[in-house]
Design a protein around this ligand. Sequence first.
Ligand SMILES: Nc1ncnc2c1ncn2[C@@H]1O[C@H](COP(=O)(O)OP(=O)(O)O)[C@@H](O)[C@H]1O
Ligand code: SF4
Ligand SMILES: [Mg+2]
Length: 342
Amino acid sequence: MNQPLLEVRNLRTEFNTRAGRVAAVNDVSLTLERGRVLGLVGESGSGKSVTGFSIMGLVDPPGRVAGGEILFEGQDLLRLQPAEMRRLRGRHVAMIFQDPMMTLNPVLRVDAQMIEAVQAHDRVSRAAARDLARDTLALMGIASPEERLRAYPHQLSGGMRQRVAIAIAMLHRPSLIIADEPTTALDVTIQAQILSEVQRLVDEHGTSLIWISHDLSVVAGLADEIAVMYAGRVVEHGPVDDVIDHAAHPYTQGLIASLPSNNPRGQRLRQIPGVSPNLADPPAGCAFAARCARASSQCAQQPPMRPWPGSNAQEPAHPQAGRQAPHAVRCFHAGQAEEALA
Ligand SMILES: Nc1ncnc2c1ncn2[C@@H]1O[C@H](COP(=O)(O)OP(=O)(O)O)[C@@H](O)[C@H]1O
Ligand code: SF4
Ligand SMILES: [Mg+2]
């Protein structure tokens, strides 16, 4: 099969707000091959969740997808009827939310809702559906799955609720899972456990994964590729090693330099100075300009996404082999820099 599993082209998602129309996702393009993990990072409000919701067909008014294409196995999801999208969702693409109660129904026992989730897409008996539910809980590393099946969500810990939500997402062994900061609210130990369970699951099942996080260090250990979002746009993307070791966008460099592991112990964490722009009244040019030590008059224009470093170096030696998204950067003055931080 020669086409990527998912190809997002020039996606634009807008919200009508009292302050005006906001482009929460602006000209976002992403490519995801089968079995690969894409980390989508950026600070709060940069458009990560809305990108995920847009792919899942879950943007509700006052929001709407205003442009672009979302090709899943070559089919544009934006052209599907709502009923067709519902058939796809849960079966072939699934989402894990930051709050597991977005998935779980508080008044139903776990078995009832997992059986319902199975039978929504497969004509199987309740007994068979329950068996699949139990097996999938076990697959998620959940001890005593039989007991968990009989529990109500409120009887489970936060970490266990999220594991159950992930098991529900895995029920139909979808080819794509979008995980929207599913471990952010959990304590570090549980976070690490869930992370490694999910990593193992997607590995074993060849599932493609988009892992959304504001925390670059979480994503760096998990992803094959990284896309960094800022103010609704992807500003840098590429293979994880290229982006982490050779970041060329001042914002990505700032994110990396502000990681706790890159800061001396006991000293104040370095931070990117300033705040992200108001999306209801965005600057005409580069959205990062007000915070950028490298900004020049050229940056009053919108910088295009360009291959990095330079187009010659990006010519693949074997165009057919391994179609990894090449390293690309949206910056007029891309390059190594030290001055991104205060
Ligand atoms: N329901 C909504 N109504 C109005 N604006 C919204 C809504 N949801 C998101 N937005 C806008 O989209 C931007 C991006 O949101 P989001 O994708 O949730 O950011 P992230 O997940 O990166 O923190 C927000 O800053 C906000 O301007
Ligand atoms: S385009 Fe200009 S303002 Fe924007 S990140 Fe690059 S150097 Fe900074
Ligand atoms: Mg979010």
